[in-house]
Design a protein around this ligand. Structure first.
Ligand code: NAP
Length: 281
């Protein structure tokens, strides 16, 4: 079994579940030594893998039957992943759990819908895990302004989003990879409620005991602010487009799929903020 994106929020959680259940697997990373240090467990073999470097694909897929596929935000179009999928097919990979995006059919600036179609066309036994926006995104681009100015600054206006904790996404991915009943289907992995960022700012304020205000910057201002914090322009542009598209209601859908798969309620925003309290202050 191969886990791509093993060092990401979802990949790490999935890896922890596998290790906890004594499952041996291969983890793919651009920096396998650093990845091995994170887990420090002989049950995981980390290999060098970069979607942009085709010479790393076949060695990573050798002997692999099942793969957890993540298309990282640094990959801006589907072509490098398509190339990897062709190699995977040649190497005998037959089953793919693909981490996709809720509403990707309405988001042509993301490669996920194209990749879903390709995976079906290429005849893999697939499961699509269409995740809503991770609560953990609050720990990325918005974090600096939350900490320094007590402002939550994202260009989403009144958009409602069914935020999901990436720990729940990782656990759902674990069930999908090991369960036999999830073939050839797509699952919407969402939180239990859809919230605006005004409401998220309220929850942050109450749980952290400080006053945090939601700011609704223009797309242009958001991209410049986030770029100054070190994020690449292409990444923050995609993020801005995601939040702007969310205003159409595409990201507010709530599904019971997560609850059925996890056999418990998904983690809520309050619980998430309590768990990550130190990171926000
Ligand atoms: N963020 C969200 O709210 C959200 C919501 C729904 C779905 N998704 C989807 O979930 C996926 C993961 O998103 P994310 O924001 O959690 O993480 P991410 O920053 O997009 O990437 C996570 C992983 O990708 C690996 N990676 C980066 N560039 C790579 C490359 N060129 N080749 C191979 N691996 C590479 C990184 O591993 P190394 O550094 O170890 O190589 C890291 O483990 C994306 O497809 C995203 O669209 C995200």
């Amino acid at each position: 079994m191969l886990i791509t994106g093993v060092t990401g929020y979802v990949g790490r959680e999935l890896a922890s579940w596998l290790l906890d259940k004594e499952v041996s697997f291969r983890g793919a990373s651009r920096n396998p030594l650093a990845a091995e240090k994170i887990f420090n467990d002989p049950k995981i073999e980390c290999v060098h893998f970069d979607f942009h470097d085709p010479s790393t694909h076949a060695p990573a897929f050798k002997g692999v039957k099942s793969m957890f596929l993540t298309c990282p935000s640094s990959v801006n179009e589907y072509k490098p992943v398509e190339q990897a999928l062709k190699t995977a097919k040649r190497c005998g990979v037959s089953r793919i759990v693909f981490l996709s995006v809720l509403g990707c059919e309405k988001m042509p600036f993301l490669p996920h819908r194209e990749l879903e179609k390709l995976i079906v066309q290429m005849g893999f036994n697939y499961t699509f895990l269409r995740a809503s926006s991770y609560m953990q995104e609050l720990l990325k681009t918005p974090l600096k302004k939350i900490k320094e100015y007590r402002q939550l600054s994202l260009p989403a206006g009144e958009a409602q989003i069914s935020f999901v904790d990436s720990r729940d996404v990782g656990q759902a991915a674990f069930s999908m990879l090991l369960g036999k009943s999830y073939s050839k289907d797509a699952y919407k992995i969402t939180g239990k409620e859809a919230l605006t960022f005004y409401k998220v700012a309220d929850i942050l304020s109450k749980e952290l005991g400080v006053d945090i205000q939601y700011m609704n910057p223009s797309k242009h201002d958001f991209i410049n602010e986030a770029h100054l914090c070190g994020y690449s322009k292409s990444y923050v542009e995609k993020l801005a487009n995601y939040y702007i598209t969310a205003k159409n209601g595409v990201s507010k859908r709530i599904s019971l799929d997560a609850e059925k798969i996890l056999q418990r309620e998904p983690i809520g925003m309050k619980e998430f903020v309590r768990d990550y309290r130190i990171a926000f202050l």
